[in-house]
Design a protein around this ligand. Structure first.
Ligand SMILES: Nc1ncnc2c1ncn2[C@@H]1O[C@H](COP(=O)(O)OP(=O)(O)OP(=O)(O)O)[C@@H](O)[C@H]1O
Ligand SMILES: Nc1ncnc2c1ncn2[C@@H]1O[C@H](COP(=O)(O)OP(=O)(O)OP(=O)(O)O)[C@@H](O)[C@H]1O
Length: 523
């Protein structure tokens, strides 16, 4: 790694509005050529905003206000032509969907190369190479909107890699990837960096798997100021207390203690609230779900896991009646799901989408939470009380009059969950409930969910976070090749090495760590 600066910030400050407090606050630091930097900070601390400032999209794209200076290879970024800098500094966004312009995978990648004026002949080769690199070659002709969340994330990375950037910014790049793909992704970034001397900035809440690849950790505080800057052992060991006080996940190699595990409660002690019988679903003659039969019980938490594209979101959408089964039946509280009257069903069930934006229907955070209550004809007084309570719990009070689409990734996720919690429903379905949260907000979210569980709500969540499953689930279902490959307590799944491998899962960290220790890799 050379020590010549690639990017340099001098008292850089940014705000969205003239009279608002800055989101990025007086930052002075540099990123060197070839350096790998982990950027951390609580949800809403300004990480994504900083990323967009670094590649020159902000302040212009949002008419924000900035002061101080930002240099790329010694040249002030104001001197670059529009669009010039974002070829050198590529970002893979938190929400990959926002990044696409074309319908098909191949066209999307060709579009990137056209913008770089690459001759047509070379395009095919470059596209094949990059798809191979990320294991997505079979999807070259696929339509992007028909890909699963994790598959979209990989295409977003491919498009940025084609630009061969000098700095690659990855904004929570693995949150949508299954546990094995996530590890492979990190290895891939490591290999690419070794070959190209590209610098990397990774924004990530749970950094465990990145630690070995990272030279340096930067931590932003709630005021958007740089509060820690050092090598990983300096930040995670010497300053562990301060780091934790910011509400952040300390990588488990440094934390030394294991998360307390909730005892799974026995299943089938009561009547099921939902019964799924021989459920099948196909898309364009492709079987996605094949003859699934299972039951959901009140007051229990079931996690659904499986590799990218396994059909987890599809199953959840069927259970929420957003899709119609091709074969088989779903019964909710004794009545076939399709016979339920819509308002009643929405009152008694809640569904949180994988992408929170798919859920937003009003112009303010306040109205978004109030929407369900108003639909139930609650008085404005009651609406106000409940909304204020939820705003407080989810740390969204400051943002209550903002447009939901302008929130940070983590704030959007919290809002999408809050809108489902205005009452105590019988069944809650979550697609990645804790996606994009820091340690503190993850804990708060899970406390809310466990509270509802205690009151008897049946909880079903889809997740790639194995540690979350280990810690909270009474039961875990593995979807693999359209079938239920496991349905039982998490502990039993962790013992099934063959299935873990086949379904691209990993063991929770506490077990992986024990194994590494027992063969003497950690001292
Ligand atoms: N377009 C916008 N207008 C006004 N405020 C905004 C806008 N975009 C983001 N913000 C606010 O700026 C702050 C920083 O947001 P940012 O997305 O940078 O946070 P983050 O650290 O990436 O958070 P997370 O971990 O939740 O993704 C948040 O409080 C957010 O609500
Ligand atoms: N609208 C659609 N049209 C056609 N195929 C689709 C559509 N949506 C998803 N698929 C395909 O259905 C399969 C299952 O997708 P689903 O989103 O349910 O997977 P998943 O297990 O939730 O994946 P991930 O973990 O990546 O989010 C995938 O192969 C995907 O490509």
């Amino acid at each position: 790694m050379s020590h010549s600066p690639l990017l340099q910030l001098e008292h850089f400050t940014f705000s969205f509005e003239e009279d608002e407090k800055p989101v990025i606050n007086d930052l002075s630091f540099q990123i060197n050529e070839g350096e790998s930097v982990l950027l951390m900070g609580a949800s809403g601390s300004g990480k994504s905003t900083l990323a967009l400032c670094l590649n020159g999209l902000y302040p212009e794209a949002v008419e924000g206000i900035s002061s101080g200076d930002l240099y790329f290879r010694g040249i002030n970024i104001n001197e670059f032509k529009k669009g010039e800098l974002n070829q050198q500094i590529g970002i893979v966004f938190q929400d990959p969907e926002s990044q696409f312009c074309m319908i098909k995978v191949e066209d999307e990648l060709a579009f990137t190369l056209e913008n770089l004026s690459i001759p047509r002949k070379e395009m095919v080769e470059k596209i094949d190479h990059v798809l191979d690199l990320i294991g997505m070659k079979p999807y070259k002709q696929s339509k992007i909107h028909e890909l699963s969340g994790g598959q979209k994330q990989k295409i977003a990375l491919a498009a940025v890699l084609l630009m061969e950037p000098k700095l690659l910014i990855l904004d929570e790049p693995t949150a949508n990837l299954d546990p094995v793909s996530s590890l492979e992704f990190i290895e891939l970034i490591g290999e690419l960096q070794a070959k190209s001397s590209m610098s990397i900035v990774v924004i990530e809440h749970q950094a465990d798997d990145w630690v070995t690849l990272i030279d340096r950790v930067l931590v932003l505080d709630q005021e958007g100021q740089l509060t820690l800057d050092g090598n990983p052992s300096d930040v995670f060991q010497t300053h562990a207390e301060q780091f934790k006080q910011e509400g952040l996940f300390l990588p488990q190699d440094f934390s030394g203690h294991q998360s307390p595990k909730q005892q799974p409660s026995p299943i089938a002690s009561t009547h099921p609230c939902m019964t799924i019988n021989h459920l099948s679903f196909t898309r364009k003659n492709k079987t996605i779900l094949d003859e699934l039969t299972f039951k959901i019980y009140p007051g229990k938490l079931m996690a659904i896991v499986g590799q990218n594209g396994a059909g987890k979101s599809t199953l959840l959408q069927l259970m929420a009646r957003l899709l119609k089964p091709k074969h088989g039946s779903i019964t909710f509280e004794g009545l076939p799901l399709h016979e339920w009257n819509e308002p009643k069903l929405r009152q008694r069930t809640g569904f949180v989408f994988q992408n929170p934006e798919h859920q937003f229907i009003t112009d303010t955070v306040y109205d978004e939470i109030a929407f369900g209550l108003r639909l139930n004809n609650e008085s404005e007084e009651k609406v106000k009380t409940v909304v204020q309570q939820l705003l407080n719990t989810f740390h969204l009070s400051e943002q209550q009059w903002r447009n939901p689409f302008s929130l940070s990734g983590g704030q959007k996720r919290r809002l999408s969950v809050a809108t489902m919690l205005d009452e105590t429903p019988d069944l809650l379905l979550f697609d990645e409930p804790t996606f994009g949260q820091d340690a503190y907000t993850t804990q708060e979210l899970m406390n809310m969910i466990m509270n509802l569980k205690q009151k008897g709500t049946a909880i079903v969540f889809v997740t790639h976070d194995i540690n979350l499953v280990d810690q909270y689930a009474d039961r875990v279902m593995v979807l693999n090749e359209g079938k239920i490959a496991h349905d039982g307590i998490p502990e039993r799944l962790w013992q099934d090495e063959d299935l873990l491998k086949e379904a691209r899962l990993r063991k929770p960290y506490r077990l992986e760590r024990n194994e590494v220790e027992s063969i003497g890799l950690i001292h």
